[in-house]
Write a protein that binds this ligand. Sequence first.
Ligand SMILES: *Cc1c(COP(=O)(O)O)cnc(C)c1O
Length: 431
Amino acid sequence: MSTPLDHFGYRRGTFSAEKVSLSKLAEEFGTPLYVYSKAAFSEPFNQLTQALGDVPHLLCFAVKANSNLSVLAHLAKIGAGMDLVSSGELKRALRAGSASSKIVFSGVGKTRSEIEEALAASIFSFNVESISELSLLSECAMAVGKTARVALRFNPDVDAQTHPYISTGLKENKFGLDRSEILKIGSQKAKYPGVEISGLSIHIGSQILSLSPFEDAFIKTKRMAAELEKKLGHPLSFLDLGGGVGITYDREKPPTIAAYAKLITKHFGSKSDLKSRYRILLEPGRMFAGNAGVLLSRVLHRKPRKGKDFVIVDAGMNDLARPALYGSYHGILPVEKSRGLGKQSKCDIVGPVCESSDCFAKSRKFPDRLRAGDLIAFLSTGAYGMTMASEYNTRSRPAEILVDQGHYELVRRRETFEEMIDAEVIRGKLK
Ligand SMILES: *Cc1c(COP(=O)(O)O)cnc(C)c1O
C-alpha cells in the first residue's frame, strides 16, 4: 500500500523528493513540473514480486498510468512487462526497452493497424474484448502467417465499489465479453484459425479499496476458465487478473500489497485447488505510479472573497485533469514548511484555465501565509497525471523530472509554442 509521503517529505524545512529539494527544481526547471521518485516505482514492484512467492507471474505495468519513457525504461529494467491500450503505447514500451514477450494489449477499440503493428512486434498476448475483434485479429494473423495468443477479457459482473467512471467490471460497462459470448467462442474456435485462446483476462475497475470485489471476480474467473477449457478441449495457460488496486490519496485504507498477494496465492498458488496451474499476469498502474509523483506549482494570485479566498495557481486542469474529471482528492502542501504555519482559512485552489471545473480543491483549509510566488505540491499525481495532460488553452504540458536519491534528471522538457502548432496550417501553408 503506498501513501503520499512514502518518498516525499520535508527535509530541512523544504518539501523534497527523496533527497532533492522541490524549490531547487522549481527554480531550475520552472512550474508546473511533475517530479517522480524512482524508488517509489521499484518498491511496490519488488514487494509484489516477493509477496507472490511461488505463484508463476508477470507484472505488466499499465502504461496509461504513467508513460514517460524513462519511467518505462526503469520498470522494464527491473523486470516489469507492459500493459498497453494503443499503438502509441506499444511504440513507447518498445522504445523504452520492454521485451515484446512481456507485453499485453488491452482495450475495447483496437484498430486493424494497431493489431497489425502488435502482431509484427510479436507481443505476448492480445486481451480480446469482443467477438468482432477476435475475428479481425484472426484474419490479420492469418494474413501474416502468425498465430496470435489471446486472452478473452471476461466481464465478471462485479461491483468494484469505486467511482462510476473507473468501474469497468459491471454488465452495463462497455468492457469485456460475458459468459455466454465466451462459451460461444469456445465452441466455435474453428472460426478463428489465426488465434490461440490461451487465457482469460479481467480488469474490474480502478482505485478499488477492498479485496472483496477482487475475490468475487477471481472466483467467477476460475469457474469461467474451467467452463471455457471444456468447450475448447484444451487447457488455458494463463490468467490475467488486471489492475485496479487503490492507493491512499487522503485517508483511504486500500488493501496492502501483502494482503492482495495473499488473496492471489489463496486462489491460484501451489496450495490452491488450481495448484499453480496458471501463470498469473497482473496489470498494476496506479499501485506502482500513483504515489510516485507530485505536481509542483506556483501560486499566482490570491483573491480575497468574503468567507473564502480563491488561490489561483499556475497548474491547470490541462496539467492535472483528475479533480475536474472525477472530483478526485489530492493533498496539497506548501513547499516551504514555514509558509504553512499559522492560521488557516477555507480556500478554493483553482487553475488559470477558462472553465469553472478547473478547480483542484473546494473549501480546503489553506495557510493564510501562502501568497503569490509561493510553491505548492499536489501529492499523489504520479498516475493519470501527465498522461491525461493536454494543451487546452494552448498551454504546454508540464515538464517531468525523475529523482534518484540525490540525483535528478529532466526526463521530458515542456513543448515549445512552435512544437504545439507544428502540425497546423494556415491557408494551405505551414504557418
Ligand atoms: C487502466 C487499466 C489498468 C490499470 O488500472 P490501475 O487502476 O491503474 O491499476 C489495468 N488493466 C487495464 C485493462 C486497464 O484498462
